[in-house]
Design a protein around this ligand. Structure first.
Ligand SMILES: [Zn+2]
Length: 488
């Protein structure tokens, strides 16, 4: 195995260095360019996903409402992708893409309105065993592989544990059922894995769940809302109910700043909790980043910090995620620290984070399938392909409006969103970043072009998943999903 071989070679070189009789020969060989060189340790790969975390709520992206000193410091030596997208707007579909390099339509790990799992109350197709994941490939190449996942949608039975020799997905206990694992525990478990792996090259995947609702950080991290718009209707209808009424009536979207003051007050309260959760998360993320920096192999490590989807706070009359493809739901942070990286580099072209699959294989010196492109070089971008499928939980909560599948394509600043049942939308993200002005009628040329390209891309990337198998959800997974309101 590659790992063992490297260790033995390192040992032989050390022995040579320690013996004076060898010195003359070592110098001679060095002069001939044949010296026993220190073999390069295969790089470690650390993949960190910040669940539900919007990039525009993080310091490296210019936000001051949450304190993220650790991520800010990390960014000082990282490539910061300013326009990074997930492949979907919910957890499993998006993570399965990062782990396989495939789009949701290909890997099929996505929400389902019907199917074999519906009797369990949770319409989802897990990631099939037939797919080869990063963990499986790296494990076969001699890497130790470990993961800590803090939320219920990445439980091992949903297929994301493939290839990991350690996979911490426990969610028992009342607090964990409601909040997922807290960042403190997530970091503690990740540090334990690092200790266990010692000097062997490893792939570590850590998913922090803190920014996900409910926005209730532990004692000491909560803070008051940033702004206090006048509360006109203290005991009125919850904003989420009003939003669903407007969505059902087809009310045109408007900027969040133009919502009634009492609605903005409710949103500000939610945002204050969200930002406080991010501050708390950063505190414990810092402990993990510091521990990695103390490793002898720190400078040989690749560290990726990204997300799986965003979160809406009133944009398009929506709260939460997983039911549309607007920017607030699909933009994610993406920061990459490569070995030897010394300075912050900002990249402004659109990219999609399932390209991490190709990036990691390439950096590991492993064979990379043709379709698994790594993140593009500086100055270049990617076509962004997005999708989210109808889910029984969204339909149950929000009604018929959510009974549709959505597909999107972003080509530079043009964005097309196509619905299986509703109207097509076309936006110019540069002129209209809030996606309020639908250009489908005024720019038919662009609409036709993007629709044809989306069809073409779908044709090139057909579904690869087998028919849904039977899935047995663990009792504690069901309890956790219920506590979070996904199932009844
Ligand atoms: Zn998520």
């Amino acid at each position: 195995m590659r790992t063992k071989r490297s260790a033995e070679t390192r040992k032989e070189c050390a022995a040579a260095r320690g013996c004076p009789l060898w010195l003359g020969l070592v110098f001679l060989l060095a002069a001939l360019g044949l010296a026993c060189q220190e073999p390069r340790q295969p790089p470690n790969f650390i993949l960190i996903t910040l669940d539900t975390t919007r990039p525009d709520h993080l310091g490296p992206y210019g936000y001051a409402g949450a304190d993220t000193p650790n991520l800010d410091r990390f960014a000082q030596r990282a490539q910061v992708y300013e326009r990074a997208y997930a492949t979907s707007s919910w957890t499993l579909a998006s993570h399965a893409s990062i782990l396989t390099g495939l789009l949701p339509r290909q890997h099929g790990a996505q929400s389902m309105p019907t199917g074999a799992n519906r009797s369990l109350g949770y319409g989802v197709r897990p990631l099939a065993d037939s797919f080869l994941t990063l963990a499986e490939i790296l494990s076969a190449a001699g890497y130790r592989t470990g993961a800590v996942v803090a939320g219920p949608a990445l439980r091992g039975e949903l297929g994301t544990a493939q290839g990991f020799e350690i996979y911490h997905d426990e969610l028992d206990g009342n607090d964990r059922r409601f909040h997922g694992k807290r960042a403190e525990e997530t970091t503690d478990l990740a540090l334990e894995i690092i200790r266990q792996f010692g000097a062997e090259p490893f792939f570590l995947f850590v998913n922090y769940f803190d920014a996900h609702a409910p926005y209730a950080p532990p004692e000491g991290f909560s803070k008051p809302p940033a702004a206090s718009p006048e509360r006109e209707d203290e005991n009125g209808t919850p904003v989420v109910v009003r939003f669903i009424e407007r969505l059902s009536a087809g009310t045109p979207a408007r900027p969040v700043g133009e919502l009634p003051p009492d609605e903005r007050a409710q949103l500000e309260t939610a945002l204050a909790g969200y930002d406080a959760e991010i501050t708390y998360l950063d505190h414990h993320l810092g402990r993990l980043l510091d521990a990695i920096d103390r490793l002898p192999a720190a400078e040989e490590s690749w560290i990726f910090v990204t997300g799986d989807h965003g979160e809406s706070f009133g944009e398009h009359y929506f709260l939460s995620h997983g039911a549309h493809l607007y920017e607030d739901n699909v933009r994610v942070p993406l920061l990459v620290r490569a070995p030897g990286s010394r300075a912050l580099v900002r990249l402004d072209k659109p990219v999609q984070n399932h390209a991490l699959f190709g990036t990691i294989l390439q950096a590991a010196g492993l064979a990379r399938p043709d379709w698994a492109e790594p993140l593009p070089a500086e100055g270049e971008g990617m076509e962004v392909v997005l999708e989210v499928h109808r889910s029984d939980s969204n339909i149950k909560i929000g009604g018929e409006f959510f009974d549709r599948d959505l597909f999107a394509l972003i080509d530079d600043s043009a964005k097309l969103i196509r619905s299986s049942r509703g109207p097509t939308e076309l936006f110019d993200l540069e002129a209209d970043p809030e996606e309020l002005d639908n250009l489908k009628t005024s720019r038919p040329d662009l609409r036709v072009l993007l629709e044809a390209r989306l069809d073409e891309l779908h044709g090139e990337r057909p579904p690869l998943y087998p028919e849904p198998g039977n899935l047995e959800l663990r009792k504690e997974t069901e309890d956790s999903l219920r506590a979070m309101g996904y199932i009844e």
